[in-house]
Design a binder for this molecule. Structure first.
Ligand SMILES: Nc1ncnc2c1ncn2[C@@H]1O[C@H](COP(=O)(O)OP(=O)(O)O)[C@@H](O)[C@H]1O
Ligand SMILES: [Mg+2]
Length: 380
């Protein structure tokens, strides 16, 4: 039941089997998979894990919480219904492909995509309550009389951005707990602090629900696979060049695909120029140069210390570093607080818990910021 072939797709059968083994054996009822954006999580769920799970006669339902216009209970209910209406393996394959295509379109990094900060909208309370109860019934239908169902919840940290989602998350937990061993789940998220807010804090709504896992970072096997696929297309480049490019592109599958398409398009393949073009295109695509141009030194310097991993931007050391970058007096904590709020408003930073850590909305931004020369942080 494998999806239509795509010679550049790098399958991950061992990882899929490992996940399913953990879930089926009862070693874990749920898995929580963290991974940066564009590293291949959604693909893994839809092309590797879902087909394997279905081959084991487990009904598999994929839901992404990225785009927040409909209440999450409605989105989930619709996906369960959609899966239950499917009868043939071929139709199932088509469904996964359609979902993958729309997940890519809706992905946070596409131009015109909704910003991650949009919160999920509320319904009238009574109506919302009914939808939540119906969800529990749908879980039974998904599992079948004696069967199992696997729920793939993608971009789940988005739920943590609004209090409005609390009843849904609580219901989700109840519905899963009630069917322990039968309703299985994989939660994925692209924000470490978002997942922390949902799974790790003592009072987190999904506290201790799942075992943490991560996809293997793309490495030698991926390169060998891409090298062979490129050769099939008549494009011959040394493996070392591909390895260099993967490293320079932060091991992101999506970025590597851009690079690969450039190589394929060149009359004579030149990995160095293809990489250079790709890097420039990525920065441009994300709008980093434009956004950066609109920031004052205090914002830039604050972003820089966050990019360097500073977790306490109001600490004495952090304030000093900000001042040094700006080549001015050490700013006060309220000044930096104001800068952080502005950066949140402009959707550069996000915060999943009150008084929690700030994280970059676009996780490609810190890498770009670290490449700015020191002169970019102060007025002349
Ligand atoms: N296993 C893979 N083999 C080849 N390309 C991949 C693979 N996984 C992902 N990609 C590429 O990276 C892009 C982003 O993958 P996606 O699964 O959407 O990432 P994430 O969900 O982690 O943000 C895909 O559209 C595809 O171009
Ligand atoms: Mg994804």
């Amino acid at each position: 039941m494998s999806p239509p072939s795509d010679i550049f797709h790098f399958p991950r059968p061992r990882e899929a089997k490992h996940c399913l083994d953990l879930l089926e054996s009862g070693a874990a009822q749920a898995l929580v998979m963290f991974g940066p954006r564009r590293t291949g999580k959604t693909r893994f769920l839809l092309r590797d894990l879902a087909p394997l799970s279905e081959a084991h006669k487990i009904k598999t339902i994929y839901v992404s919480f990225w785009q927040g216009h409909d209440p999450p209970q409605d989105v989930l209910a619709a996906e369960i219904e959609r899966r239950l209406s499917i009868r043939t393996p071929a139709n199932l394959q088509q469904l996964w492909r359609r979902i993958e295509a729309s997940a890519t379109l809706k992905s946070p990094d596409m131009p015109g995509a909704p910003s991650g900060a949009i919160t999920l909208s509320a319904k009238a309370p009574a109506q919302a309550k009914r939808a939540l109860l119906q969800l529990d019934v749908l879980f039974d239908r998904a599992c079948g009389a004696r069967g199992k169902a696997l729920f793939l919840f993608d971009e789940v940290q988005q739920l943590a951005l609004s209090e409005v989602n609390s009843p849904f998350i609580a219901q989700l937990r109840t519905s899963l707990d009630k069917r322990s061993g039968r309703a299985l789940a994989v939660f994925t998220g692209s924000s470490e602090s978002g997942l922390h807010a949902m799974f790790a804090k003592r009072d987190a709504p999904l506290f201790k629900l799942g075992n943490r896992i991560a996809l293997q970072p793309l490495g030698g096997e991926f390169i060998a696979h891409q090298h062979a696929a490129l050769a099939q297309r008549g494009v011959r480049v040394p493996t070392t060049k591909l390895t260099n490019a993967l490293t320079a592109l932060y091991r992101r599958a999506a970025e590597f695909e851009l690079f690969r398409n450039k190589l394929i398009g060149q009359a004579t393949p030149d990995a160095d120029s293809a990489l250079k073009e790709t890097l420039a295109e990525i920065a441009d695509f994300h709008g980093f140069p434009r956004d950066w141009g609109a920031l004052a030194p205090i914002h830039r310097a604050t972003l820089r210390i966050l990019a360097d991993g500073e977790g306490q931007p109001y600490s004495e050391g952090a304030l000093k570093s900000i001042g040094a970058l700006m080549k001015s007096q050490t700013p006060s904590a309220p000044t930096v607080q104001g800068a952080l709020r502005t950066l949140q408003r402009r959707n550069v930073l996000q915060q999943f818990e009150r008084r929690g850590a700030f994280s970059f909305v676009n996780d490609a931004y810190p890498g770009w910021i670290k490449l700015r020369p020191l002169s970019a942080f102060h007025d002349d």
